[in-house]
Write a protein that binds this ligand. Structure first.
Ligand code: BJW
Length: 232
């Protein structure tokens, strides 16, 4: 089914589930330099340190529970199957809330990728080490989390572009609009004639690109907006 509602989510939607955002005070990038953990060069320099960083993130994500914002989006998707959720988040909280039509454009902590041969597979263990062999090539030194680092191409961009071109409504939730190409989606949707709405704790540097911005916590704004769309 062609999506008519495209929703882009970012770290802010999982903040009230206890997962840190990136650029807010106390966020991930205020504690660790992104150049040290979120680039292919960082992994090539110190794979053990990068794997350990993502082991800790995976443990936090798996221990977290979906909040009312994730639950409201799952309710919207169930009632409106023409909804597509595009998340930048590497946690699985949309799926754990019951959403099915989700694109993880920045990958997932529950996946592994072999930097040596490009093979991808689901990752269920808690930790990742170079003794974990890739099922594709049998080597372990390139085994890394299947997340998209700076300089790498996000997933499913063609499918997302098609959805943005066809949608009537584009909603960005809990994302600062600091990282491309996701930050450019609002302009693509607007150019295609969609209504655009931003739901965020505060105004962002890209708020001016949206027709409407509502500020507040995702756990309150999102359920209220979903009720508005569904008329209940
Ligand atoms: C709440 C809330 C509550 C808080 N309720 N709200 C110069 C110009 C333009 C582009 C570039 C450039 N130099 C380099 C680039 C490209 C680069 C980029 O954008 N860099 C910028 C820094 C400028 N991008 C890339 O490299 C990307 N790849 C790429 O461009 O490939 C080329 C290509 C493009 C197109 C076609 C083909 C090829 C890849 C980007 C990968 C990003 N990876 C990360 C890490 C993933 C793994 C991990 O999790 O560790 O993804 S970085 C990090 O940022 C993570 C996030 O998904 C991403 C976005 O962050 P997000 O979600 O917006 O979080 P925050 O913290 O920034 O914002 C949270 C918001 O929530 C805030 O506004 C709060 O107010 C709000 N909030 N609590 C509601 N309760």
């Amino acid at each position: 089914m062609t999506p008519r509602i495209v929703i882009l989510t970012g770290a802010g939607i999982s903040a009230e589930s206890g997962l840190g955002t990136f650029r807010d005070a106390g966020g991930v990038w205020t504690q660790v330099r992104l150049e040290d953990v979120a680039t292919p060069e960082a992994f090539a320099r110190d794979p053990a340190m990068v794997r350990a960083f993502y082991d800790a993130r995976r443990a936090q994500a798996r221990a977290a529970a979906p909040n009312p914002a994730h639950e409201a989006l799952a309710r919207l998707e169930a009632a409106r199957p023409d909804t597509l959720i595009v998340t930048q988040n590497v946690d699985a909280l949309h799926e754990r809330a019951g959403a099915r039509n989700v694109i993880h454009m920045h990958g997932t902590l529950d996946g592994a990728l072999c930097a040596a041969c490009g093979h991808r597979w689901p990752w269920t263990p808690e930790t990742m080490t170079e003794t974990d062999a890739c099922p594709g090539c049998g080597r372990g030194e390139g085994v890394r989390p299947d997340v998209v680092w700076f300089g790498e191409t996000p997933h499913d961009l063609d499918r997302i572009a098609d959805a943005l071109d066809a949608c009537d409504l584009f909603v960005a939730i809990g994302t600062s609009g600091a990282v491309y190409p996701a930050a450019g989606f609002v302009a693509e949707a607007a150019a295609a004639g969609a209504r655009t709405l931003e739901l965020n704790l505060e105004r962002t540097e890209v708020s001016a690109l949206f027709e409407e911005t509502r500020t507040g916590r995702a756990s309150e704004l999102v359920p209220a907006w979903v009720s508005e769309v569904l008329g209940d």
